[in-house]
Design a protein around this ligand. Structure first.
Ligand code: AMP
Length: 396
């Protein structure tokens, strides 16, 4: 059995999945939670069974040891698996990485240099890498970057109109995130449409707790809504998306500190700021009960989405497909319907029956007559990481 161990290490949690890179089959997955905090745990899922252990997990090395113990105890036995690589999700690859790479000291140094651009993510990714190096010294480790897919953006899309010093010394530019998801979904929809990806102009809407839109032309990202950080663009669970850059100065002039503003923009804005809940499903329940804040939040989310799809259709110079993915995109038929109904100007014609009640399944949700196809395609970042890692190891 050929497999890649896909690892997504955060500062206090580590998600893993053992994936067949050729078929996407998941052999086992799990989560080590509350690393370095009181009351840690590991949850290991295999063959429909969940095995939970609660114990202190002082650091990432212990987390990887626990992962190894869970495989030994509950399977699949890693000694029997042809483990071709460990694929690490790394959030920020900056301008250095347009492709996945086998991790060596120079890669680690480069990812450390990028910590100032992703202070909440890259340090946890690095701890995960260091721990797997110790526990699996003989298996190649591959870094797959969230930003890499967007390195194909033309300069006109990636450049902010700010002073040269900001751009050159502070590396201020649009990088984009969720690249692994956008790449997977754009390729998958081409397969579903039975068209070569090279011929398609697609807008991918990754709508989860974090949310981003990407314009994909012939399989390449040509614009995306997240920027230097994952704050820009669409309305998210706790992040606002697009803002007037003057807002920060206005608030500082009225006594807020930079730290308060940073915290509010990543943890207290978006749906949470508008409704008191960051959970889209809960917001939809409140909206159904007549809550005015929830109704406004839904309208703000939909307005922003319509604006991005329209802008990206123009950027692409045409549009063949709109694809919804991630927690909200895969599950919420109302948000999909509201967006598509407002895109009639592009010849989009919603297939109400196909859309209604559709959850977590691949399906087309526009009519045969629609000039643009819309699809739901559940994302699969683990498979994409496994696939890319196996290609890199094979020298592809
Ligand atoms: P993700 O980050 O991809 O896991 O997505 C998380 C978001 O998806 C949360 O805001 C959830 O409320 C939302 N979500 C999950 N299931 C549903 C559902 N059935 N209807 C609406 N939103 C959902």
């Amino acid at each position: 059995m050929r497999a890649v161990l896909v690892v997504n290490a955060g500062s206090s949690s580590l998600k893993y999945q053992l994936v067949d890179p050729d078929t996407g089959e998941s052999h086992a997955k799990g989560l080590v939670d509350r690393i370095g905090l009181p009351q840690g745990s590991i949850k290991h899922e295999v063959g429909g069974h969940k095995h939970v252990r609660e114990l202190e997990v002082p650091d990432h090395v212990r987390a990887i040891e626990l992962l190894e113990e869970a495989f030994a105890e509950h399977g699949p036995d890693l000694a029997e698996v042809d483990l071709i690589a460990v694929g690490h999700r790394v959030v920020h690859g900056g301008q250095d990485f347009a492709d996945p790479v086998v991790i060596d000291d120079s890669v680690i140094t480069a990812v450390e240099r990028l910590v100032p651009l992703a202070p909440l993510h890259n340090p946890g990714n690095l701890q995960g890498i260091a721990a797997t190096t110790r526990i699996f010294p003989d298996i190649p480790l591959v870094a797959v970057f969230d930003t890499a897919f967007h390195q194909s953006m033309p300069e006109a899309a990636s450049t902010y109109a700010v002073p040269r010093e900001w751009r050159e010394e502070r590396r201020v530019r649009r990088y984009g995130f969720h690249g692994t998801s956008h790449a997977y979904v754009a390729r998958r929809v081409a397969e579903l449409m039975e068209r070569p990806e090279a011929d398609l102009k697609t807008v991918v809407l990754h709508l989860g707790n974090g949310a981003s839109a990407t314009a994909v032309d012939g399989g390449r990202s040509v614009d995306t809504s997240m920027g230097l950080t994952p704050l820009e663009g669409l309305v998210m669970g706790t992040r606002p998306g697009d803002l007037d850059p003057g807002i920060a100065g206005h608030l500082i002039a009225h006594g807020k500190t930079q730290a308060e503003i940073d915290h509010a923009l990543s943890k207290e804005s978006g749906l949470l700021g508008l409704t008191g809940s960051a959970d889209f499903r809960e917001v939809m329940e409140r909206r159904a009960d007549g809550d005015a804040d929830a109704a406004l939040a839904f309208d703000v989310v939909v307005h922003r989405l319509v604006k991005y799809v329209g802008a990206y259709a123009a950027v692409l110079g045409g549009l063949d497909a709109i694809v919804f993915t991630a927690g909200v995109g895969e599950n919420d038929d109302e948000v999909r319907a509201a967006v598509l109904e407002r895109l009639g100007v592009f010849g989009v014609e919603l297939d109400r029956a196909a859309n209604e009640g559709l959850r977590g399944e691949e399906a087309r949700i526009t009519t045969d007559a629609s000039a643009v196809q819309a699809w739901v395609v559940p994302t699969n970042e683990e498979w994409e990481i496994a696939r890319q890692a196996s290609e890199v190891v094979a020298g592809g």
